[in-house]
Design a binder for this molecule. Structure first.
Ligand code: URA
Length: 430
């Protein structure tokens, strides 16, 4: 077996065997196959696609390219969640404490935000003192005792994904459904949870904007998860506008706290409860979505989810009375230019406006300002008058207000007739 014949086979659109995929992945990781052949492989997959079997083999090989966590010595049902990324997506901050309060064991590794999308680690790090980098032994102990831990990806988790992702980023091969599926699922398999909820974002702020592509990705990941023995369910959820009102790290933590304290924006609460319910059913905690929604709501109403979040933050060194969450020095009201109704957003541009204000990074090495971001005051379907506040911008860098407003001018669509708000969850795939 050699790399050139494997490349030729994929170039010609033929399916690769498990042995060929194993040979290729191992070779890329141990560097016996150079990056230029890895890049050619990724492009051949991007152009010619992968069968379900090939996607499964690639995922398994990528997962096994590094450490596979064994959580079997932790009593209880171990659960994990992944979002394909969005703007203002603070669901994990709320859903995971709800799950832990209901008795599930939350073992999650999260990522940082890049470009217009946010990342759970950046949000958690907005809480002064919060440590995202724990040794695996401490992570497991916290899952066992507190019932929830969320940490950054360890260096030895799915190293093949790190290599492939970096190459995909510079070879225009990010938008390949089998490659996205293998990238996400290899990391999830390596985490060792028994139940996995996938949140596939769909719309103008999402990695994949069309419902059909989202369906394909969701089905692909659910099939891979099930074939690997994980109870997997995917939700396709709306990302045509930010979820809730807050975009930006400390602002999103504040909004998550509102929901955890049994308040907060109704749409965000509803979304989180529906996703939690799907997770509860998948984990076998409840038989019906109604029963599961009630169980999730009970965790908010009783204060149990909030108490779990406090325990979790304290266990990871964070300031658990949340009094010192950073606040931006400048707030600026962005106002509607015309009368009418909000008919849509370019949610990617909303995310970019928050990024420009300091909330996000263009490159992984960039610094972010945890206080920066924006609070949306209007959503799709809402009426507006010229001069009404559409969003309040938060920043510590005053000269970023004008470029952020210019982005919002393009991002916010005001039409002359009302449009119903999009559903927040399109469908579940299990
Ligand atoms: N998130 C990942 O982890 N990998 C991808 O390929 C895309 C999104």
């Amino acid at each position: 077996m050699d790399a050139i014949s494997i490349l030729a086979k994929k170039r010609d659109g033929l399916a690769l065997s498990r042995e060929e995929i194993r040979f290729f992945v191992r070779g890329c990781v141990d560097k016996s196959i150079p990056d230029y052949q890895a890049a050619a492989f990724l492009m051949a997959v991007r152009i010619n696609g992968f069968t379900h079997d090939e996607t499964l083999y690639l995922t398994l090989e990528m997962a096994h390219s590094g450490e596979m966590l064994d959580l079997s010595d932790i009593p209880g049902i171990k659960v994990d969640k992944h979002s394909t990324g969005g703007v203002g997506d603070k669901v994990s901050l709320i859903l995971m404490p709800i799950a832990a309060a209901a008795g599930l064991k939350v073992a999650k590794m999260s990522g940082r935000g890049l470009g217009h999308t946010g990342g759970t680690l950046d949000k958690l790090e907005a809480i002064p003192g919060f440590q995202v980098s724990l040794p695996i032994s401490a992570f497991k102990e916290q899952v066992r005792t507190t019932g929830i831990s969320i940490i950054s990806q360890s260096a030895n988790l799915a190293p093949a994904d790190k290599l492939f992702y970096a190459l995909r980023d510079v070879t225009a091969t990010v938008d390949s459904i089998p490659l996205i599926s293998a990238s996400i699922m290899s990391k999830k398999l390596a985490m060792g949870a028994q139940v996995l909820l996938l949140d596939v974002k769909c719309g103008s702020g999402a990695l994949i904007q069309e419902i059909e592509g989202c369906r394909q990705l969701a089905k692909n990941m659910v099939e891979v998860g099930k074939a690997a023995g994980i109870q997997t369910i995917a939700a396709i959820t709306d990302m045509n506008q930010p979820l809730g009102n807050a975009v930006g790290n400390a602002l999103e933590v504040r909004e998550a706290l509102q929901v955890l304290r049994n308040g907060g924006p109704a749409d965000l609460r509803k979304d989180v409860l529906a996703l939690a319910a799907a997770m509860f059913c998948q984990a076998g905690l409840c038989a019906t979505q109604e029963e599961a929604t009630a169980l999730a709501a009970q965790q908010l109403e009783s204060g149990a989810a909030f108490a779990k979040f406090v325990d979790f933050v304290r266990a990871q060194g964070g300031d658990s009375d949340f009094a010192k969450l950073p606040e931006a020095g400048t707030q600026y009201a962005y106002r509607a230019a015309a009368n009418g109704w909000i008919t849509g957003f370019d949610a990617t541009l909303v995310g970019k406006a928050a990024m420009v204000l300091g909330a996000g990074r263009l490159r992984m090495e960039d610094q972010i300002d945890p206080a920066a971001g924006l609070l949306l005051q209007r959503h799709i379907g809402d009426p507006v008058q010229a001069g009404d506040i559409v969003a309040v911008l938060h920043t510590n860098t005053q000269d970023k207000i004008a470029p952020a407003c210019a982005m919002l001018d393009k991002a916010v669509r005001i039409g002359q007739s009302p449009l119903p708000p999009p559903p927040s969850i399109y469908e579940f795939i299990s």
